[in-house]
Design a protein around this ligand. Structure first.
Ligand SMILES: NC(=O)c1ccc[n+]([C@@H]2O[C@H](COP(=O)([O-])OP(=O)(O)OC[C@H]3O[C@@H](n4cnc5c(N)ncnc54)[C@H](OP(=O)(O)O)[C@@H]3O)[C@@H](O)[C@H]2O)c1
Length: 386
Protein backbone atom coordinates (compact mmCIF):
# COMPACT_ATOMS: atom_id res chain seq x y z
CA UNK A 1 0.00 0.00 0.00
CA UNK A 2 1.25 3.44 -0.85
CA UNK A 3 0.15 6.85 0.32
CA UNK A 4 -0.10 9.90 -1.85
CA UNK A 5 0.30 13.63 -1.18
CA UNK A 6 -2.94 15.12 0.09
CA UNK A 7 -4.63 16.91 -2.78
CA UNK A 8 -6.01 20.44 -2.46
CA UNK A 9 -9.47 19.24 -3.38
CA UNK A 10 -11.02 16.12 -1.91
CA UNK A 11 -9.41 12.90 -2.99
CA UNK A 12 -9.64 9.27 -2.07
CA UNK A 13 -7.02 6.68 -1.40
CA UNK A 14 -6.51 3.92 -3.97
CA UNK A 15 -4.29 0.91 -3.32
CA UNK A 16 -1.35 0.84 -5.73
CA UNK A 17 -1.10 -2.93 -6.04
CA UNK A 18 -4.67 -3.51 -7.17
CA UNK A 19 -5.60 -4.93 -10.53
CA UNK A 20 -8.78 -4.40 -12.51
CA UNK A 21 -10.74 -5.99 -15.32
CA UNK A 22 -10.53 -4.67 -18.86
CA UNK A 23 -11.57 -5.68 -22.37
CA UNK A 24 -8.56 -5.94 -24.65
CA UNK A 25 -7.50 -7.24 -28.05
CA UNK A 26 -4.23 -8.69 -29.25
CA UNK A 27 -3.41 -6.32 -32.12
CA UNK A 28 -2.71 -8.05 -35.40
CA UNK A 29 -4.78 -11.13 -34.49
CA UNK A 30 -8.46 -11.04 -35.53
CA UNK A 31 -11.27 -11.88 -33.11
CA UNK A 32 -9.24 -11.64 -29.90
CA UNK A 33 -11.46 -9.35 -27.78
CA UNK A 34 -11.24 -10.80 -24.29
CA UNK A 35 -11.55 -9.96 -20.61
CA UNK A 36 -8.25 -9.69 -18.78
CA UNK A 37 -6.86 -8.67 -15.45
CA UNK A 38 -4.55 -5.67 -15.81
CA UNK A 39 -2.78 -3.32 -13.38
CA UNK A 40 -5.12 -0.70 -12.01
CA UNK A 41 -3.86 2.72 -13.14
CA UNK A 42 -2.48 5.05 -10.49
CA UNK A 43 -3.01 8.76 -10.09
CA UNK A 44 0.73 9.40 -9.77
CA UNK A 45 1.31 8.09 -13.32
CA UNK A 46 0.21 11.58 -14.44
CA UNK A 47 2.88 14.26 -13.90
CA UNK A 48 2.59 17.54 -12.01
CA UNK A 49 -0.22 16.44 -9.72
CA UNK A 50 -2.69 16.94 -12.62
CA UNK A 51 -4.04 13.38 -12.72
CA UNK A 52 -7.67 12.32 -12.52
CA UNK A 53 -8.62 8.75 -11.58
CA UNK A 54 -11.95 7.82 -13.14
CA UNK A 55 -14.27 4.94 -12.27
CA UNK A 56 -15.69 3.89 -15.63
CA UNK A 57 -19.49 3.57 -15.67
CA UNK A 58 -20.42 3.08 -19.32
CA UNK A 59 -18.57 2.68 -22.59
CA UNK A 60 -20.13 2.86 -26.04
CA UNK A 61 -18.85 0.74 -28.93
CA UNK A 62 -18.93 1.44 -32.66
CA UNK A 63 -17.56 0.41 -36.05
CA UNK A 64 -14.01 1.32 -35.04
CA UNK A 65 -14.10 -1.26 -32.21
CA UNK A 66 -15.36 -3.81 -34.73
CA UNK A 67 -12.43 -3.00 -37.04
CA UNK A 68 -9.92 -3.16 -34.18
CA UNK A 69 -11.23 -6.59 -33.16
CA UNK A 70 -10.97 -7.67 -36.81
CA UNK A 71 -7.27 -6.63 -36.60
CA UNK A 72 -7.78 -4.06 -39.36
CA UNK A 73 -6.51 -1.32 -37.10
CA UNK A 74 -4.96 -0.64 -33.70
CA UNK A 75 -1.56 -1.13 -32.07
CA UNK A 76 -0.70 -1.88 -28.46
CA UNK A 77 0.96 0.79 -26.34
CA UNK A 78 4.76 0.44 -26.12
CA UNK A 79 5.70 -2.27 -23.61
CA UNK A 80 2.38 -4.17 -23.84
CA UNK A 81 1.22 -6.86 -26.23
CA UNK A 82 -2.47 -6.02 -25.73
CA UNK A 83 -4.62 -2.96 -26.32
CA UNK A 84 -7.48 -2.08 -23.98
CA UNK A 85 -10.20 -0.94 -26.36
CA UNK A 86 -13.08 1.53 -25.93
CA UNK A 87 -12.98 5.22 -26.84
CA UNK A 88 -16.53 6.29 -25.96
CA UNK A 89 -16.14 6.43 -22.18
CA UNK A 90 -18.26 7.86 -19.43
CA UNK A 91 -17.32 7.77 -15.75
CA UNK A 92 -17.15 9.37 -12.33
CA UNK A 93 -14.10 10.95 -10.73
CA UNK A 94 -12.75 8.77 -7.94
CA UNK A 95 -9.64 10.78 -7.04
CA UNK A 96 -7.77 13.84 -8.24
CA UNK A 97 -4.15 14.93 -7.99
CA UNK A 98 -3.05 17.80 -5.75
CA UNK A 99 -2.90 20.34 -8.59
CA UNK A 100 -6.34 19.62 -10.03
CA UNK A 101 -8.79 22.46 -9.43
CA UNK A 102 -11.13 21.92 -12.42
CA UNK A 103 -12.71 18.67 -11.20
CA UNK A 104 -13.64 17.11 -7.87
CA UNK A 105 -14.40 13.62 -6.61
CA UNK A 106 -17.89 12.57 -7.69
CA UNK A 107 -17.97 14.64 -10.91
CA UNK A 108 -19.19 12.86 -14.04
CA UNK A 109 -16.69 13.04 -16.89
CA UNK A 110 -15.80 12.01 -20.43
CA UNK A 111 -12.20 11.98 -21.66
CA UNK A 112 -11.16 12.96 -25.17
CA UNK A 113 -9.56 10.34 -27.42
CA UNK A 114 -6.55 11.70 -29.30
CA UNK A 115 -3.34 12.65 -27.55
CA UNK A 116 -0.72 15.06 -28.87
CA UNK A 117 1.82 14.04 -31.48
CA UNK A 118 4.58 16.29 -32.79
CA UNK A 119 3.09 18.49 -35.51
CA UNK A 120 2.49 22.21 -35.10
CA UNK A 121 -1.22 21.48 -34.64
CA UNK A 122 -0.46 19.14 -31.74
CA UNK A 123 1.82 21.69 -30.14
CA UNK A 124 -0.91 24.36 -30.13
CA UNK A 125 -3.40 21.93 -28.59
CA UNK A 126 -5.38 21.00 -31.74
CA UNK A 127 -4.46 17.31 -31.79
CA UNK A 128 -7.55 16.55 -33.89
CA UNK A 129 -5.90 18.47 -36.77
CA UNK A 130 -2.55 16.70 -36.57
CA UNK A 131 -0.56 16.24 -39.74
CA UNK A 132 1.46 13.40 -38.18
CA UNK A 133 1.19 9.95 -39.77
CA UNK A 134 0.97 8.25 -36.37
CA UNK A 135 -2.07 8.87 -34.19
CA UNK A 136 -2.08 8.35 -30.44
CA UNK A 137 -5.69 7.54 -29.64
CA UNK A 138 -7.02 6.02 -26.43
CA UNK A 139 -8.66 2.69 -27.14
CA UNK A 140 -7.70 2.84 -30.81
CA UNK A 141 -3.97 3.19 -31.37
CA UNK A 142 -0.93 3.07 -29.08
CA UNK A 143 -2.85 4.13 -25.94
CA UNK A 144 -5.11 2.02 -23.73
CA UNK A 145 -8.80 2.85 -23.84
CA UNK A 146 -11.74 3.09 -21.49
CA UNK A 147 -13.30 -0.40 -21.58
CA UNK A 148 -11.94 -1.07 -18.12
CA UNK A 149 -12.98 -0.47 -14.54
CA UNK A 150 -10.70 2.56 -14.13
CA UNK A 151 -8.49 4.90 -16.10
CA UNK A 152 -6.25 7.82 -15.22
CA UNK A 153 -5.80 10.86 -17.37
CA UNK A 154 -4.40 14.37 -17.28
CA UNK A 155 -7.21 16.77 -16.37
CA UNK A 156 -6.45 18.65 -19.59
CA UNK A 157 -8.18 15.84 -21.49
CA UNK A 158 -11.08 15.24 -19.12
CA UNK A 159 -14.38 17.09 -19.63
CA UNK A 160 -17.04 17.52 -16.97
CA UNK A 161 -20.59 16.38 -17.69
CA UNK A 162 -23.33 17.84 -15.44
CA UNK A 163 -24.98 15.16 -13.33
CA UNK A 164 -28.34 15.97 -14.95
CA UNK A 165 -26.90 14.53 -18.19
CA UNK A 166 -25.43 11.37 -16.64
CA UNK A 167 -27.94 9.01 -18.28
CA UNK A 168 -26.85 10.14 -21.75
CA UNK A 169 -23.21 11.01 -21.00
CA UNK A 170 -21.97 8.00 -22.98
CA UNK A 171 -23.26 9.69 -26.15
CA UNK A 172 -20.93 12.66 -25.77
CA UNK A 173 -17.95 11.20 -27.66
CA UNK A 174 -19.95 10.24 -30.78
CA UNK A 175 -21.64 13.66 -30.66
CA UNK A 176 -18.26 15.43 -30.77
CA UNK A 177 -17.65 14.19 -34.32
CA UNK A 178 -20.78 16.05 -35.34
CA UNK A 179 -19.94 19.12 -33.26
CA UNK A 180 -16.55 19.43 -34.90
CA UNK A 181 -17.99 19.06 -38.41
CA UNK A 182 -20.65 21.70 -37.84
CA UNK A 183 -18.29 24.11 -36.06
CA UNK A 184 -15.79 23.79 -38.91
CA UNK A 185 -18.53 24.44 -41.46
CA UNK A 186 -19.63 27.62 -39.69
CA UNK A 187 -16.00 28.71 -39.36
CA UNK A 188 -15.41 28.18 -43.08
CA UNK A 189 -18.55 30.09 -43.98
CA UNK A 190 -17.21 33.24 -42.36
CA UNK A 191 -15.70 33.69 -45.84
CA UNK A 192 -19.20 34.82 -46.93
CA UNK A 193 -19.32 37.82 -44.53
CA UNK A 194 -22.99 37.04 -44.09
CA UNK A 195 -24.29 33.48 -43.85
CA UNK A 196 -27.72 32.64 -42.55
CA UNK A 197 -28.14 28.92 -43.27
CA UNK A 198 -31.77 27.87 -43.40
CA UNK A 199 -31.82 24.38 -44.88
CA UNK A 200 -29.67 21.40 -44.01
CA UNK A 201 -29.44 17.85 -45.32
CA UNK A 202 -27.96 14.94 -43.41
CA UNK A 203 -26.98 11.88 -45.42
CA UNK A 204 -27.46 8.79 -43.24
CA UNK A 205 -29.82 8.18 -40.32
CA UNK A 206 -27.52 6.06 -38.16
CA UNK A 207 -25.98 7.19 -34.84
CA UNK A 208 -23.96 10.00 -36.41
CA UNK A 209 -26.75 11.10 -38.75
CA UNK A 210 -29.28 11.28 -35.90
CA UNK A 211 -26.90 13.32 -33.75
CA UNK A 212 -26.08 15.64 -36.68
CA UNK A 213 -29.79 16.17 -37.33
CA UNK A 214 -30.30 17.01 -33.65
CA UNK A 215 -27.41 19.51 -33.55
CA UNK A 216 -28.64 21.21 -36.73
CA UNK A 217 -32.23 21.37 -35.46
CA UNK A 218 -30.93 23.04 -32.27
CA UNK A 219 -29.37 25.69 -34.53
CA UNK A 220 -32.80 26.37 -36.02
CA UNK A 221 -32.36 24.77 -39.44
CA UNK A 222 -34.93 22.95 -41.52
CA UNK A 223 -33.38 19.46 -41.62
CA UNK A 224 -33.89 16.68 -44.19
CA UNK A 225 -32.29 13.31 -43.40
CA UNK A 226 -31.72 10.56 -45.97
CA UNK A 227 -31.50 6.85 -45.29
CA UNK A 228 -32.14 3.63 -47.17
CA UNK A 229 -34.86 2.05 -45.01
CA UNK A 230 -38.48 2.87 -45.72
CA UNK A 231 -41.01 3.99 -43.14
CA UNK A 232 -42.34 2.83 -40.74
CA UNK A 233 -38.89 3.08 -39.23
CA UNK A 234 -37.91 3.89 -35.65
CA UNK A 235 -35.12 6.30 -36.69
CA UNK A 236 -37.56 8.20 -38.92
CA UNK A 237 -39.88 8.58 -35.92
CA UNK A 238 -36.98 9.83 -33.81
CA UNK A 239 -36.15 12.43 -36.44
CA UNK A 240 -39.73 13.57 -36.74
CA UNK A 241 -39.89 13.94 -32.95
CA UNK A 242 -37.30 16.75 -33.20
CA UNK A 243 -38.95 18.35 -36.24
CA UNK A 244 -36.61 16.88 -38.87
CA UNK A 245 -37.81 15.20 -42.10
CA UNK A 246 -36.81 11.63 -42.99
CA UNK A 247 -36.65 10.46 -46.60
CA UNK A 248 -35.82 6.98 -47.80
CA UNK A 249 -33.88 7.20 -51.05
CA UNK A 250 -35.89 4.15 -52.15
CA UNK A 251 -39.01 6.35 -52.12
CA UNK A 252 -37.49 9.61 -53.31
CA UNK A 253 -34.08 9.88 -54.97
CA UNK A 254 -31.81 12.61 -53.59
CA UNK A 255 -32.03 14.94 -56.67
CA UNK A 256 -35.82 14.80 -56.58
CA UNK A 257 -35.94 15.57 -52.83
CA UNK A 258 -33.50 18.44 -53.42
CA UNK A 259 -35.99 20.13 -55.74
CA UNK A 260 -38.64 20.04 -53.02
CA UNK A 261 -36.60 20.62 -49.83
CA UNK A 262 -33.32 22.18 -51.03
CA UNK A 263 -31.24 24.05 -51.90
CA UNK A 264 -29.15 22.99 -48.94
CA UNK A 265 -26.88 25.53 -47.29
CA UNK A 266 -25.13 22.85 -45.24
CA UNK A 267 -24.94 19.10 -45.80
CA UNK A 268 -23.48 16.52 -43.38
CA UNK A 269 -22.51 13.19 -44.97
CA UNK A 270 -22.53 10.15 -42.64
CA UNK A 271 -23.65 7.12 -44.65
CA UNK A 272 -20.34 5.25 -44.86
CA UNK A 273 -20.90 5.11 -48.64
CA UNK A 274 -18.54 7.28 -50.71
CA UNK A 275 -20.94 7.25 -53.68
CA UNK A 276 -23.31 9.41 -51.63
CA UNK A 277 -20.55 12.05 -51.40
CA UNK A 278 -20.71 12.64 -55.15
CA UNK A 279 -24.51 12.63 -55.13
CA UNK A 280 -24.39 15.21 -52.33
CA UNK A 281 -21.98 17.42 -54.26
CA UNK A 282 -24.58 17.66 -57.00
CA UNK A 283 -27.37 18.96 -54.77
CA UNK A 284 -25.43 21.31 -52.48
CA UNK A 285 -26.78 24.88 -52.74
CA UNK A 286 -24.76 27.83 -54.04
CA UNK A 287 -22.24 29.08 -51.45
CA UNK A 288 -23.03 25.87 -49.53
CA UNK A 289 -20.75 23.71 -47.43
CA UNK A 290 -20.62 19.90 -47.49
CA UNK A 291 -19.11 18.16 -44.45
CA UNK A 292 -17.75 14.65 -44.99
CA UNK A 293 -17.46 12.29 -42.01
CA UNK A 294 -17.68 8.74 -43.42
CA UNK A 295 -14.58 6.62 -42.89
CA UNK A 296 -14.54 4.47 -46.04
CA UNK A 297 -11.84 1.84 -45.85
CA UNK A 298 -12.68 0.04 -49.11
CA UNK A 299 -11.52 0.51 -52.68
CA UNK A 300 -14.79 1.25 -54.47
CA UNK A 301 -14.70 2.81 -57.91
CA UNK A 302 -17.64 4.58 -59.53
CA UNK A 303 -18.46 6.61 -62.61
CA UNK A 304 -19.47 10.20 -61.94
CA UNK A 305 -20.43 13.23 -64.08
CA UNK A 306 -17.10 14.86 -63.20
CA UNK A 307 -17.35 17.91 -65.49
CA UNK A 308 -20.82 18.79 -64.26
CA UNK A 309 -19.95 18.38 -60.57
CA UNK A 310 -16.80 20.46 -60.97
CA UNK A 311 -18.60 23.19 -62.91
CA UNK A 312 -21.38 23.48 -60.33
CA UNK A 313 -18.84 23.66 -57.51
CA UNK A 314 -16.83 26.37 -59.24
CA UNK A 315 -19.78 28.49 -60.38
CA UNK A 316 -21.51 28.07 -57.02
CA UNK A 317 -18.53 28.95 -54.78
CA UNK A 318 -19.11 25.71 -52.89
CA UNK A 319 -16.94 24.09 -50.21
CA UNK A 320 -16.37 20.49 -49.16
CA UNK A 321 -14.51 19.62 -45.96
CA UNK A 322 -13.50 16.41 -44.24
CA UNK A 323 -13.69 16.03 -40.48
CA UNK A 324 -12.27 13.47 -38.09
CA UNK A 325 -11.82 13.13 -34.34
CA UNK A 326 -12.55 16.00 -31.97
CA UNK A 327 -10.76 18.26 -29.59
CA UNK A 328 -11.72 19.35 -26.10
CA UNK A 329 -13.65 22.39 -27.38
CA UNK A 330 -16.03 20.14 -29.33
CA UNK A 331 -16.62 18.00 -26.23
CA UNK A 332 -17.55 21.20 -24.39
CA UNK A 333 -19.91 22.30 -27.18
CA UNK A 334 -21.34 18.78 -27.15
CA UNK A 335 -22.18 19.07 -23.45
CA UNK A 336 -24.02 22.33 -24.15
CA UNK A 337 -25.97 20.80 -27.03
CA UNK A 338 -26.89 17.79 -24.88
CA UNK A 339 -28.24 20.15 -22.24
CA UNK A 340 -30.18 22.15 -24.84
CA UNK A 341 -31.51 18.96 -26.38
CA UNK A 342 -32.74 17.79 -22.99
CA UNK A 343 -34.41 21.16 -22.43
CA UNK A 344 -36.00 21.23 -25.87
CA UNK A 345 -36.63 17.54 -26.61
CA UNK A 346 -36.60 15.95 -23.16
CA UNK A 347 -35.75 12.24 -23.18
CA UNK A 348 -34.88 12.17 -26.89
CA UNK A 349 -31.19 11.32 -26.52
CA UNK A 350 -31.90 8.53 -24.07
CA UNK A 351 -33.95 6.85 -26.81
CA UNK A 352 -30.70 6.46 -28.78
CA UNK A 353 -29.31 4.16 -26.07
CA UNK A 354 -30.93 1.11 -27.61
CA UNK A 355 -28.64 -1.80 -26.73
CA UNK A 356 -27.11 -1.99 -23.23
CA UNK A 357 -24.91 -4.97 -22.38
CA UNK A 358 -24.65 -5.41 -18.63
CA UNK A 359 -21.25 -6.19 -17.09
CA UNK A 360 -17.70 -5.85 -18.40
CA UNK A 361 -17.38 -9.66 -18.31
CA UNK A 362 -19.90 -10.06 -21.15
CA UNK A 363 -17.37 -9.46 -23.92
CA UNK A 364 -18.90 -11.97 -26.31
CA UNK A 365 -22.40 -10.53 -25.94
CA UNK A 366 -21.03 -7.02 -26.43
CA UNK A 367 -19.39 -7.92 -29.75
CA UNK A 368 -22.28 -10.10 -30.87
CA UNK A 369 -24.68 -7.22 -30.28
CA UNK A 370 -22.35 -4.79 -32.03
CA UNK A 371 -22.01 -6.99 -35.09
CA UNK A 372 -25.53 -8.43 -35.40
CA UNK A 373 -28.10 -5.97 -34.01
CA UNK A 374 -29.31 -4.36 -37.24
CA UNK A 375 -31.63 -1.98 -35.40
CA UNK A 376 -29.05 -0.75 -32.87
CA UNK A 377 -28.43 2.97 -32.58
CA UNK A 378 -25.99 2.77 -29.67
CA UNK A 379 -24.57 -0.43 -28.21
CA UNK A 380 -22.82 0.16 -24.90
CA UNK A 381 -21.41 -1.69 -21.95
CA UNK A 382 -22.82 -0.92 -18.51
CA UNK A 383 -19.80 -1.39 -16.24
CA UNK A 384 -21.04 0.19 -13.02
CA UNK A 385 -24.28 1.90 -11.95
CA UNK A 386 -24.73 5.46 -13.20
N1 LIG B 1 -15.11 11.18 -38.95
C1 LIG B 1 -15.14 10.61 -37.76
O1 LIG B 1 -14.40 11.00 -36.83
C2 LIG B 1 -16.11 9.51 -37.53
C3 LIG B 1 -16.40 9.05 -36.23
C4 LIG B 1 -17.37 8.06 -36.09
C5 LIG B 1 -17.99 7.54 -37.22
N2 LIG B 1 -17.65 8.02 -38.46
C6 LIG B 1 -18.26 7.52 -39.70
O2 LIG B 1 -19.58 8.02 -39.81
C7 LIG B 1 -20.31 7.16 -40.68
C8 LIG B 1 -21.70 6.93 -40.07
O3 LIG B 1 -21.56 6.25 -38.83
P1 LIG B 1 -22.84 5.61 -38.14
O4 LIG B 1 -22.35 4.98 -36.90
O5 LIG B 1 -23.91 6.62 -38.07
O6 LIG B 1 -23.19 4.50 -39.23
P2 LIG B 1 -24.52 3.65 -39.41
O7 LIG B 1 -25.20 3.52 -38.10
O8 LIG B 1 -24.14 2.47 -40.21
O9 LIG B 1 -25.46 4.59 -40.29
C9 LIG B 1 -25.32 4.75 -41.69
C10 LIG B 1 -26.61 5.36 -42.22
O10 LIG B 1 -26.43 5.66 -43.60
C11 LIG B 1 -27.51 5.12 -44.35
N3 LIG B 1 -27.05 4.78 -45.69
C12 LIG B 1 -26.11 3.86 -46.05
N4 LIG B 1 -25.95 3.88 -47.39
C13 LIG B 1 -26.79 4.81 -47.86
C14 LIG B 1 -27.10 5.29 -49.15
N5 LIG B 1 -26.51 4.78 -50.24
N6 LIG B 1 -28.03 6.26 -49.29
C15 LIG B 1 -28.65 6.78 -48.22
N7 LIG B 1 -28.41 6.36 -46.95
C16 LIG B 1 -27.50 5.40 -46.79
C17 LIG B 1 -27.94 3.90 -43.55
O11 LIG B 1 -29.26 3.56 -43.93
P3 LIG B 1 -29.93 2.13 -43.52
O12 LIG B 1 -29.74 1.96 -42.04
O13 LIG B 1 -31.34 2.32 -43.88
O14 LIG B 1 -29.19 1.09 -44.30
C18 LIG B 1 -27.83 4.45 -42.13
O15 LIG B 1 -28.95 5.25 -41.84
C19 LIG B 1 -19.49 5.87 -40.81
O16 LIG B 1 -18.90 5.83 -42.09
C20 LIG B 1 -18.40 6.02 -39.76
O17 LIG B 1 -17.20 5.45 -40.19
C21 LIG B 1 -16.74 8.97 -38.61
Amino acid sequence: MKTMATPKSASSFVPSTATMRAIAVLPGQPGTAHLRQVPRPQLNEIPNGRGVLVRVLRVGVDGTDKEINAAEYGQAPPGDDYLIIGHEGFGRVEAVGPEVTELAVGDYVVATVRRPGTSLYDIIGTNDMTTDETYFERGINLRHGYLAEYYVEDVEFVVKVPSGLREIGVLLEPLTVVEKGIAQAYEIQRRLRVWHPRRAAVMGAGTIGLLAAMALRLRGLDVTVFGLRQKPYRNAELLEAIGARYISTKDTPIPEAAKEFGPWDIMFEATGNSFVVFESMQVLGKNGVLVLSSVTGGDNRIEIPADRINLQFVLGNKVMVGTVNANREYFETGVKDMAQCEAQFAGWMERLLTHPVKGIENVEELFRTLTTARDAIKVYCDIAPV
